[in-house]
Design a protein around this ligand. Structure first.
Ligand SMILES: NC(=O)c1ccc[n+]([C@@H]2O[C@H](COP(=O)([O-])OP(=O)(O)OC[C@H]3O[C@@H](n4cnc5c(N)ncnc54)[C@H](OP(=O)(O)O)[C@@H]3O)[C@@H](O)[C@H]2O)c1
Length: 535
C-alpha cells in the first residue's frame, strides 16, 4: 500500500473494486533498457502512489548487465525522478515501493537464465505473496521476442490458462509486432503455442492515451455526432502523426522500420479503426475489438498497378526545425548514406462499407516535419447551396476553397477537440467568417492525465485486453501494408512504375526538414480535389 496518496486519481473512476489487480509478479525483460527507465518504472511508481497496485506485488527486472537488487533500485530511483512527468518522487513512498523491486542478471536467450527467474519467482510467491500470478513484459529488441517466448514455455513459466483460473501467466509484447505479415504470423503462432489469446497483451501505446480512448466516448456517449458520422455528411478524413524529431539514436531500428512500419501499420491504423468503427454491442473487450478489426477488413487493398496513386513516401533532407539547422536523414548516426528508408509516408484509403463508401481517409506520418502534432480531422461536406458565396466579394471572408465545417480531435499535444463553423461577423452587412469552438483537456479538467503506460500496465494487471491489439487486428493491418512495403522495396524512390500522375517521381531526400513533407504528398490529395490542413 502506498504511504501517501498524493495524487488525484482519474484511473479509479469507473473502476469497480473487483477490477483491481490481484497480487502479481511482473518480470521485465530488457530492464536495463531505455523503455524501462523512461516509461515502465515511472508508470509503475505512479500506479503505486495512486494506490492502484495491490498490497502484494513484486517487480523483477532482468537483462545481461550485472546488478544487485540495491543497484537496480538505485538506478530505477534515478530514472523515476528524471522521467516522471507530473508525480514527484517522495522518499517515504519510494522506499516503500522499492522493497518490491528485484533484479536478476541473465541472457534471455539462455535457458539457464529462466531457471534463476523461476526460482526467484517461487521465492517471491512466499516472501511477497504474489500468488503465482506472473506477467512477463518483453521490453527488449524485437529479435528477442521469439527466443524469450520459447524459453518461457520450455521452462514452464508460460502455459495456457483459462480466463479466471488462478496462478496465471501473461505476456506483454512491445511494438513492433513483426516486421511484415509473415514475421507477425510466425510470432503469433509461437505465442499461441504457449498461451491463449486472452493471456497476450500487444502494446500499442496510442490506445492508452486518454484522447484516443475519448474517441469512442465522444462518438458513442453523445447522440449528436453519430448521425452525421457517415458518407452523407463527411467529405473526407485526415489523420496526421507528425514529429519534429529525427531518428535520434535509434538509427539501426529506424533503418529497418521507416515511417510506414513505425507509425502507420500500428498507431495510425488504430486511429482509423476507432474513428470509423461501428458502435459495439457492449464495452466488453471482444465486442470493441471485433468492431475495430471489421474496419481494417473493409479497407480496400492496394492494387499493385495503381499503388502509386494511393501512397507516397519521403525522406528528409537538411533544413531548419523549430529554428535549428538539422542534418539530412542519410547523415544521421548509423544510417546508410544511400538509405532509401521512408521517414515520411502518406496514404489514401477507402473503407468499402455502407457507412464510408467513397469517403477518402488520408493518413500521413513523418519525422522532421514543421510541427509535432497528432490529430484526426473530420471534414464535413459543404452546404448544398452556395447561398452566401453568391453574395460574393466582401460578404465572404472564407477562402473560396474553404470548407468551414471541420471537427478536429487533437491527440497530442494540446489534447482536445475543436469544431469549426461559419458565422456572421457582427455588423450591418452580412460578412461570414469561420470560427472555432475549442475544448482543451488541460483546462477543462483539474486532475492530472495518466500516462498511456499507466493505463496499459494497469489493464494488463487487471486482465482487461480492450486497449491492446488483438491478433486478427495486427494481421489485418500487416495484410494491408505488406503489398505497399513490397512495392516500395522493389521500386526505388524516383523510379515510379506507373505512367499516370507520376507521384513518387523524385529520388530521396525529397523533403526539407521543417516542411510538411514532400510535394507529392500534396499532389496525392490534389488528385481528389483536397488539401492537407495547415497545422
Ligand atoms: N524506448 C522507447 O521509447 C520505446 C517506445 C516504444 C516502443 N519501444 C519498444 O520497446 C522495446 C525496448 O526498447 P528500448 O528502447 O528499451 O530498447 P533498449 O534500450 O535497447 O533496451 C533493451 C535492453 O535489453 C537488454 N538485452 C539485450 N540483449 C539481451 C539479451 N540477450 N538478454 C537479456 N537482455 C538483453 C539490454 O540490456 P543489457 O545490455 O543489460 O542486456 C538492453 O538495455 C523495443 O521493442 C522497442 O521497439 C520502445
Amino acid at each position: 500500500m502506498a504511504q501517501s496518496t498524493m495524487v488525484e486519481n482519474p484511473l479509479l473512476v469507473g473502476l469497480p473494486e473487483e477490477k483491481r489487480p490481484e497480487p502479481f509478479a511482473l518480470v521485465i525483460f530488457g530492464a536495463h533498457g531505455d523503455l524501462t527507465k523512461r516509461k515502465l518504472l515511472p508508470a509503475l511508481y505512479a500506479l503505486y502512489v495512486q494506490d492502484l497496485l495491490p498490497e502484494s506485488f513484486a517487480i523483477l527486472g532482468t537483462s545481461r548487465t550485472q546488478m544487485s537488487d540495491d543497484q537496480f533500485r538505485d538506478a530505477m530511483r534515478e530514472s523515476v525522478s528524471k522521467y516522471s512527468e507530473d508525480i514527484e518522487l517522495e522518499k517515504a513512498s519510494w522506499d516503500s515501493f522499492a522493497k518490491s523491486l528485484f533484479y536478476r542478471a541473465g541472457d534471455s536467450t539462455d535457458l539457464d537464465a529462466y531457471k534463476l527467474l523461476s526460482k526467484t519467482l517461487d521465492e517471491l510467491k512466499s516472501s511477497r505473496g504474489t500468488m503465482g500470478n506472473h506477467i512477463f513484459y518483453l521490453s527488449t529488441s524485437p529479435s528477442l521476442y521469439v527466443p524469450i517466448i520459447t524459453r518461457l514455455a520450455e521452462s514452464g513459466l508460460a502455459f495456457k490458462r483459462k480466463i479466471n483460473e488462478p496462478a496465471w501467466p501473461r505476456v506483454v509484447v512491445e511494438k513492433p509486432f513483426g516486421h511484415n505479415l509473415s514475421s507477425s504470423i510466425e510470432l503469433d503462432s509461437i505465442l499461441h503455442d504457449a498461451l491463449r489469446e486472452h493471456q497476450i497483451y500487444r502494446i500499442d501505446h496510442y490506445l492508452g492515451k486518454e484522447t484516443v480512448q475519448n474517441i469512442m466516448c465522444f462518438r458513442f456517449a453523445n447522440s449528436i455526432f453519430e448521425p452525421i458520422w457517415t458518407r452523407e455528411f463527411v467529405d473526407h478524413i485526415q489523420i496526421t502523426g507528425a514529429e519534429t524529431i529525427g531518428v535520434e539514436e535509434r538509427g539501426p531500428y529506424y533503418e529497418e522500420a521507416g515511417a510506414s512500419r513505425d507509425m502507420i501499420q500500428n498507431h495510425l491504423m488504430q486511429l482509423v479503426a476507432l474513428v470509423a468503427m461501428e458502435p459495439p454491442i457492449s464495452l466488453d473487450p471482444e465486442s470493441t475489438r471485433d468492431e475495430r478489426v471489421k474496419v481494417l477488413k473493409a479497407i480496400r487493398p492496394f492494387d499493385p498497378d495503381t499503388i502509386d496513386d494511393f501512397a507516397v513516401r519521403g525522406q528528409y533532407g537538411e533544413g531548419f526545425v523549430l529554428g535549428n539547422r538539422v542534418k539530412r536523414y542519410r547523415d544521421e548516426d548509423r544510417v546508410s548514406p544511400e538509405s532509401n528508408t521512408d521517414t515520411f509516408a502518406a496514404l489514401k484509403l477507402f473503407i468499402d462499407n455502407w457507412r464510408w463508401a467513397g469517403v477518402p481517409f488520408y493518413l500521413r506520418s513523418g519525422k522532421r516535419l514543421a510541427k509535432r502534432v497528432t490529430e484526426i480531422a473530420i471534414q464535413f461536406r459543404k452546404p448544398p447551396q452556395k447561398l452566401f458565396e453568391e453574395m460574393g466579394g466582401a460578404a465572404l471572408r472564407l477562402a473560396k476553397s474553404e470548407n468551414p465545417n471541420v471537427l478536429v480531435m487533437r491527440i497530442q499535444p494540446d489534447d482536445g477537440i475543436s469544431l469549426r463553423f461559419a458565422t456572421k461577423q457582427p455588423g450591418p452587412t452580412t460578412q461570414i467568417r469561420a470560427l472555432t469552438m475549442d475544448f482543451r483537456y488541460g483546462t477543462a479538467f483539474g486532475s492530472r492525465t495518466p500516462s498511456a503506460y499507466e493505463r496499459l500496465i494497469l489493464d494488463s494487471l487487471i486482465g482487461d485486453p480492450s486497449l491492446f491489439a488483438r491478433s486478427d487486428f495486427v494481421e489485418a493491418s500487416w495484410r494491408l501494408i505488406d503489398p505497399l512495403l513490397e512495392h516500395w522495396s522493389k521500386t526505388m524512390p524516383g523510379k515510379s512504375s506507373r505512367h499516370g500522375t507520376q507521384l513518387n517521381h523524385r529520388p530521396f531526400p525529397n523533403y526539407e526538414s521543417g516542411s510538411w513533407g514532400p510535394a507529392e504528398s500534396h499532389e496525392l490529395l490534389a488528385l481528389c480535389g483536397h488539401e492537407w490542413r495547415e497545422l
